[in-house]
Design a protein around this ligand. Structure first.
Ligand SMILES: [Zn+2]
Length: 271
């Protein structure tokens, strides 16, 4: 909140309990920090990669250097794919269950591609930036229906590429032979790029939410701006759980780690 601004900040549990409609939760990288996953924004610390994530995480880079793009993602996803959900993820599963028991609508939208919400058991879930667990064909005329089709990453043999990461060894689509790509939203693509990103569902939820809870997001991407703007316009309560305290005006900040604040919220709701 900006200095000098004051706004009533009812306890999060009280606000959630009195919400009469859709409860919308939006998570970012902060919720996965306790699972050992580094944030994906900002300049890459790895000396091998001199360029910024906003340049490397693009379709433009993939088209120009497919092997470079795959190597860069493998170096990042290898850290992601071994990670486990933490108590923050588990608490959001419990919050969804509580909401259903209370007859409330619930939706979790995550910017994370680590798959930890799904692994924890969240079901009313939108992975709006895609998933590290899947890949898809880059061919525009794939017989498998690209760009719609996607494959589990585990089903693709990438051993040849790992042994010799050159363009010729980039994994190919089993249906048409075109290059496979990451099933993630790139910086030069749009949210409606792929049906799996469920952008229409996010738009609908942003217009109907009765309470918005951000968790561990730096408010740096389009989805947070969309949801925040819509919530402010409709005078919907907005909370942000973020130990770094980067919330903005009109947002009630809870400056705690999500793996602490979310289990506390569920405990308060159950009390
Ligand atoms: Zn294909």
């Amino acid at each position: 909140m900006l200095p000098g601004m004051s706004s009533p900040s009812p306890s999060l549990a009280d606000a959630v309990r009195s919400t009469d409609g859709l409860l919308l939760v939006v998570t970012g990288a902060g919720i996965s920090l306790a699972s050992g996953i580094p944030t994906f924004r900002g300049t890459d610390k790895d000396a091998v990669w001199k360029r910024d994530v906003t340049e490397l995480g693009t379709n433009r880079f993939f088209q120009a250097e497919p092997a470079g793009s795959w190597s860069w993602y493998l170096s990042r996803f290898d850290k992601v794919l071994g990670a486990k959900p933490n108590p923050g993820h588990t608490a959001l599963v419990d919050l969804e269950r509580w909401a259903k028991e209370q007859g409330r609508e619930f939706l979790l939208v995550t910017q994370n591609i680590d798959g930890l919400h799904k692994e924890a058991g969240s079901t009313e879930l939108v992975e709006v930036h895609g998933s590290a667990q899947r890949v898809r064909c880059s061919g525009r005329r794939c017989v498998n229906g690209a760009p719609k089709g996607s494959l589990p990453r585990a089903s693709v043999d990438i051993s040849a590429f790992r042994a010799n990461p050159v363009d010729e060894n980039v994994p190919k689509c089993p249906a048409c032979g075109e290059l496979l790509r990451q099933h993630v939203l790139w910086f030069d693509e749009f949210y409606n790029e792929h049906a799996d990103y469920q952008w229409e569902r996010v738009l609908d939820a942003s217009e109907r939410a009765r309470l918005v809870l951000f968790v561990g997001t730096s408010f740096a991407v389009g989805v947070t701006e969309l949801v925040t703007t819509a919530a402010r316009h409709r005078h919907v309560p907005i909370f942000s759980i973020d130990p770094a305290g980067r919330a903005a005006a009109g947002i009630s900040l809870i400056a705690e780690p999500s793996e602490v604040a979310l289990p506390a919220l569920v405990a308060a709701l159950r009390a």
